[in-house]
Structure formats: C-alpha cells, structure tokens
Design a protein around this ligand. Structure first.
Ligand SMILES: NC(=O)c1ccc[n+]([C@@H]2O[C@H](COP(=O)([O-])OP(=O)(O)OC[C@H]3O[C@@H](n4cnc5c(N)ncnc54)[C@H](O)[C@@H]3O)[C@@H](O)[C@H]2O)c1
Length: 358
C-alpha cells in the first residue's frame, strides 16, 4: 500500500506526496494516466522506465537543458500530443526535468495538471516539494519561473539505485541541512544511527529518511508558501556560501550538495564567531557533516576571493540590497542576518591577511 503526505500551499492548493512501494507499483500507478499525459524525461531517466509511452519527450540530461529552447520543445510536444487543460504533464527525472515539466504545466493553456516523479535524491528531498518551477535565462540560474505545485509527487526509492554516488551524496547534503533546521532531533538521530544503511541505499531506511526530511521542508513551506515572510528562506541554510563556492568552481569542481555541506559548516562557524549559537549544538552540527565525509575543511585560495565575494553580493537572498545569511542559534532555531566582509573572508580563505577578533 502507498503511504502519503499532504502539503498545503498558497491559494488553497496542495501537493500529495505518495511513497510508492516499488517500480512495478510505480508503473502500474502511472499507467492510469496513459492517453491523457505527456511524459518528460531526460536521456538518463528515460532508460529507467521499461518503455516510455509514445506521448513523451526526452531532453538531453543536465543543467544545460534548463533553458527557454527546451521549454519551447516541451510546449510543442504538448500541442503535438493534443494535450488539453485537464490532461497531465508527468516529469520523470531529476530537478532539471521536474522544474521544466512543472514550469511548462504552469503556462500551457494557462495551467494544466502536473505530476512529478523525482528520480534523484536532491529532487526527492528538495526540488519537487514547494511548487517552485524555473528555467535558467541569460546566464542566471532559475531566473524565470512560477509557483505551481504538483498535484502529486510520487516517490519510489528503488529509482535511486542507478544514481551515481556523487549525485546521491549531493542530495544527501540537503537532508543533513533539514536535520539541523528540524524542531526536533529525530532526523539527526536517524542519520547517525542508520548511516551505513543510508549509504547502502536500503530502500526501507530511505523511505523513513525521506519522510522525516520532507516533513521538515513541509513545516517551512506551509508557514510561508510563496517565500514572502522570511520563514521559507531558512531552507537556504548553507546556500549563500555554497552557491558562491559552486560559482568559483565554475559549477564543475563541486556538486551542489558538496557546496551546501561546506556552506552549512561556514554558517555554523559564523554563528560561533558571533556568539549566537549553542556550543553543544554547533559541535553536533559539524559532526554530522564530518560523519558523512563532506570536505568541510576546504578553503578557497586568495586569488578566488574577489570572484567568491562578488557572488555573495549577487545572492538572491537580500534585504534592502544586503545579502542575508541563514545563521543557526540551536536545533531548528535560526536567524537571517548580514555578515561582515572580513568575517566571511576569515571563514573561507586558507590564509587571510586580515584576522577577525583574533
Ligand atoms: N524547484 C525547487 O524548489 C528546486 C530545489 C532544488 C533544486 N532545484 C533544481 O534542481 C536541479 C538539480 O537537480 P538534480 O541534482 O536532480 O539535477 P539533474 O536533474 O540534472 O540530475 C542530475 C543527473 O542525474 C541523472 N539522474 C537523475 N536521476 C537518475 C537516476 N535515478 N539514475 C541515474 N541517473 C539519474 C540526471 O539525468 C542528471 O544527469 C537544479 O536545476 C536546481 O535549480 C529546484
């Protein structure tokens, strides 16, 4: 039997998250939509399904496809397949496929139905829940997008078997982040006690892990569905530092999750320097990233600082033109505030010239 979770979003909309038992169950659940859906997959995820229905479009895998030209191709496939407003677009893939599928669903005939079947861990724990859709435009990631929650999100942990190790660990970093933002320690303790099964991708353990992780995201989304009240912004913990690192590495040196893990630890260190975090919590928070072997001690070279800091200044999370960092005070207790440039420098450079408070 499928388990489910309901997530309430803005304007009376909601998403139903269904935990599907196995691939057979998933195929049989999806077969119900044949004849009234357009499937969107990428060149990797298309091979995970025995045979995609004829009404499908396969895009090239990877972030390079997340653009206006692919949006146009999917729209054209909707027209070619005579999709009506009451029909479905089914996104079957990672965050790129799901963001694009949901974006097209939000504009085709002023909005048709959308079902998302996330196939990467990042997409399962983060990208599908919360209704954000987007594509990259003029060199800026996710510049164009809408809020358009999927009617159903179908999660099948068996799909994760074929995901490569780096992508898997990239998604796992978001779970660790959720463990710190959670009001209780359930997810944190589960990550500690079930580490080996999690790394071996035990399907049942993953189901519980995803449940706990999605439940944390749900709490934030339901309180601030359209990211207007600074509550949902907490989910950006580690992302301001992390995006700047990803950008310095030209988006190839570090995976998103590796950068987020590194960024979470920098945010915790900043909170320590400012004396706002509970010491014991800070130690436990850093320990979990060490336990899962993320390279949290990495530092950028001095030559990369200007590029790094320019990216911090350009960060989307701004108030009155000043970048706001998510800092931690304790378990599930955070604050949004700007950080002094010298402090940031001391946290990220291997051998800074200027010392902060030392
Ligand atoms: N909408 C949101 O709230 C939200 C949140 C976080 C991230 N995102 C977006 O998600 C994207 C990143 O997601 P991603 O990491 O899933 O990237 P992705 O979709 O590019 O997938 C990563 C790679 O894994 C492959 N893949 C996916 N599932 C697989 C499987 N089961 N087996 C084998 N290969 C598989 C893909 O083909 C791709 O090559 C970014 O564009 C980001 O902006 C959106």
């Amino acid at each position: 039997m499928n388990e489910s979770m309901n997530v309430k979003l803005a304007n009376g909309k909601s998403s139903e998250v269904l935990f599907v038992e196995n691939l057979n169950q998933l195929s049989s659940d999806l077969r119900n939509f044949e004849g009234r859906a357009l499937w969107v997959a990428d060149s990797n995820t298309a091979t995970l399904f025995k045979k995609l229905p004829s009404s499908s479009i396969v895009i090239a895998a990877g972030e390079k496809s997340k653009n206006l030209s692919t949006v146009e191709k999917i729209l054209k496939a909707c027209v070619d397949n005579k999709l009506s407003r009451n029909d479905y677009i089914i996104g079957f893939g990672g965050g790129v496929v799901c963001d694009l599928a949901a974006f097209v669903a939000s504009i085709y005939m002023r909005g048709c139905k959308v079902i998302l079947v996330p196939t990467s861990l990042l997409c399962m724990v983060d990208a599908t829940l919360g209704g954000k859709t987007a594509f990259d435009f003029m060199g800026t990631k996710n510049l164009v997008g809408t809020f358009y929650p999927a009617e159903k999100i179908m999660i099948c942990t068996s799909l994760l078997k074929s995901l490569n190790e780096r992508e898997y660990l990239s998604g796992l970093a978001e779970v660790l982040k959720h463990a710190l933002l959670s009001k209780d320690e359930k997810l944190y303790k589960y990550l500690i006690s079930r580490k080996s099964q999690i790394l071996l991708r035990d399907e049942n353990i993953l189901k519980t892990l995803l449940h706990l992780s999605l439940d944390v995201k749900k709490q934030f989304i339901e309180k601030d569905p359209e990211e207007k009240h600074g509550i949902r912004q907490a989910l950006n913990l580690g992302h301001t530092f992390g995006h700047a690192l990803e950008s310095c590495g030209r988006f190839s040196k570090f995976s998103h999750g590796e950068a987020v893990a590194w960024g979470c630890v920098r945010a915790i260190e900043a909170s320590k320097k400012l004396g706002i975090i509970d010491e014991e919590f800070a130690q436990c928070a850093i320990k979990i990233f060490e336990l899962y072997n993320y390279d949290i001690d990495y530092r950028i070279g001095r030559g990369e600082w200007i590029d790094f800091y320019n990216n911090i200044l350009k960060d989307k999370k701004q108030k009155d033109g000043i970048t706001q960092f998510v800092l931690m005070k304790g378990q599930g207790d955070y604050v949004l505030q700007p950080l002094d440039k010298t402090l940031v420098m001391n946290l990220v450079i291997s051998n800074p010239k200027v010392n902060y408070y030392d």
